[in-house]
Design a protein around this ligand. Structure first.
Ligand code: SAM
Length: 280
């Protein structure tokens, strides 16, 4: 790609490089990211730093993690007037995000995440952000519209699964803006949504063992065609009778499949499984 401002740069489709250049849109995205002067921001994939700049204007500090080495010198120039922005070259999927945030912002910083994500890692990076950075007050991300639908999905909806349950358990999820494909350069095949996940101060349905809830959700969706009772038998090494008893105690139909069960029922079932584990 040859750009007026960035000279000869070879755009890498494999790295999900679809850039945003519209300054009004970038300003709006930074505003929707809820960043204030008290906040330290982790940005994934700064590209040419076009979103980094409005984020840095609002934030106390910004750390932007970019995998593409060829963008680093371009970013250094683009961000030379943003003394509170630091660029780190690395892979968001491999790096220890908790350590990066701690080393960059120190203990107890008010953390927010903002990104126009590379779409080849959307789901994995969202799961990583939710699990590794529970202290993040919000995660504001540009993602495929279809994945945005998934995040908001309910039982029976197409795409309802572990990502929706995990996001909704930990965060209030909102579609802040729909962004047509034409707003990106090069133009991707799909439209996008800017989604804002605000961390809840407490889960909507308290669960004593959250690791077990997570294990349950994964096991329940391991084989979507199987009934919940069968997935419980294989995922938790329970007898069929024990699995059925847990479901009954949690007021869930024994023939139900995971995609028919809402978050509250999953939380009740996690409670029953903890109870059963304590008794055996
Ligand atoms: N923020 C810029 C913008 O809005 O124009 C660029 C967004 S572009 C959709 C995604 C960016 O993420 C690219 O700069 C790409 O090189 C970078 N990227 C891709 N994979 C990455 C990874 N695993 N870790 C960190 N950055 C990555």
């Amino acid at each position: 790609m040859k750009s007026k401002t960035h000279g000869e740069f070879h755009q890498k489709h494999s790295l999900g490089q679809n850039f945003i250049e519209d300054e009004a849109l970038l300003e709006r995205l930074a505003e929707l990211s809820l960043v204030t002067q008290e906040d330290c921001v982790l940005e994934i994939g700064p590209g040419f730093g076009t979103l980094t700049k409005p984020l840095a204007r609002r934030a106390k500090q910004v750390v932007s993690l970019e995998i593409d080495k060829t963008l680093i010198p371009i970013l250094r120039v683009a961000l030379e007037h943003c003394p509170n922005a630091r660029i780190v070259c690395g892979d968001a999927m491999k790096i220890d995000l908790a350590a990066l945030v701690h080393e960059s912002f120190g203990e107890g910083a008010s953390l927010r995440v903002a990104a126009n994500l590379p779409y080849y890692i959307t789901t994995d990076v969202l799961v990583k952000l939710l699990t590794e950075l529970p202290q993040a007050k919000s995660i504001a991300v540009m993602i495929q519209k279809e994945v945005g639908d998934k995040l908001l999905s309910a039982p029976g909806d197409e795409g309802y699964g572990p990502l929706a349950l995990m996001s909704q358990y930990t965060c209030r999820v909102r579609r802040a803006l729909d962004v047509p494909a034409a707003c990106f350069h090069p133009v991707p095949k799909v439209d996008s949504s800017f989604m804002v996940l605000e961390r809840r101060s407490a889960p909507p349905f308290p669960v004593e063992d959250e690791a077990l809830l997570l294990k349950l959700i994964k096991a329940a969706f391991a084989m979507r065609r199987k009934t919940l009772v069968n997935n419980l038998v294989s995922g938790f090494r329970l007898s069929r009778e024990e699995a059925s008893a847990c479901l009954e105690a949690a007021r869930i139909d024994g023939k139900a499949r995971a995609q028919e069960i809402d978050l509250e029922a999953f939380c009740r079932l996690a409670g029953q499984l903890s109870h059963t584990a304590r008794q055996s």
